[in-house]
Write a protein that binds this ligand. Sequence first.
Ligand SMILES: N[C@@H](CCC(=O)N[C@@H](CS)C(=O)NCC(=O)O)C(=O)O
Length: 295
Amino acid sequence: MPFETKATITSFGGKLFKLSHPSSTTTTPMAVNLYLPPSALSSSTTPVPLLIYLSGLTCTPENCSEKGFFQHRASQLGLAILYPDTSPRGLNYPGETDSWDFGAGAGFYINATQSPWNVGYKMQDYITHELPQVLFSDPEYGKYIDSSRVSITGHSMGGHGALTLYLKNKGTYKSVSAFAPICNPSNCPWGQKAFSGYLGADNKEEWKKNDATELIKSQEWKGEKDARILVDVGTADGFYEKGQLLPEKFEEAVKEAGVGGVKVRYQEGYDHSYYFMASFADEHVEWAAKNLGLL
Ligand SMILES: N[C@@H](CCC(=O)N[C@@H](CS)C(=O)NCC(=O)O)C(=O)O
């Protein structure tokens, strides 16, 4: 089914489209925003590459579209941005809306294995399979996108989502970047709560398959010299201070696996918010653009 266009908003010379489509993966309607830069919309040009942005806990497609400021540099460089939602909505599973860090708004970009979540909470399949297929084949929007040039990025839960989907699907995305990602969910409260609910408290092997710090040590990545991973963490991030992000664990794993081409940067004084995100948005868009052949 093609996208239904709910709104069109001019932004940095391009257009932000607020879209919706019925998803067979989540069994619900899904909201998604798409930004097309001016170069994509001018009739004389060829399709543009795509950056997928995965948002954090509690977010919808709106948070980053409104205050992430990705559109600023994406407009100049000729990059499309896709802002998906963070979970299915309205399934009415028991406990789905009881807390902000589990269920609605907290899908973690994994495929749940535990009932009832294993029916609709399949955000990994949704982001890697259904959503790109719907976009690339859409009669209105598909023609603007070069489906062979896609990168991925994200914030917090979405930063981890970006890292894991990149690591699980080597070659699908040209690069990855993450803002304040949860780096080692098996060892932090947010991750332990989500993985217990979605994957089962005792299924630690399943946890490892969904944890960026474990995935980077896999056979597929061990010894990789050009991993194309950029991570930024703010040193005044309260969630970093509380041990939710654990970037040092990821850095240790990178070292242990002998992986090159990974930059983890600690940005002095920045917190977890979109003030931090927006401050480095240009650099993350440039990172993707460079790896997508635009720079
Ligand atoms: N609701 C949580 C905060 C959750 C939170 O900070 N979410 C981040 C992602 S992990 C976010 O992007 N929130 C939405 C926003 O800042 O617009 C709290 O009260 O501590």
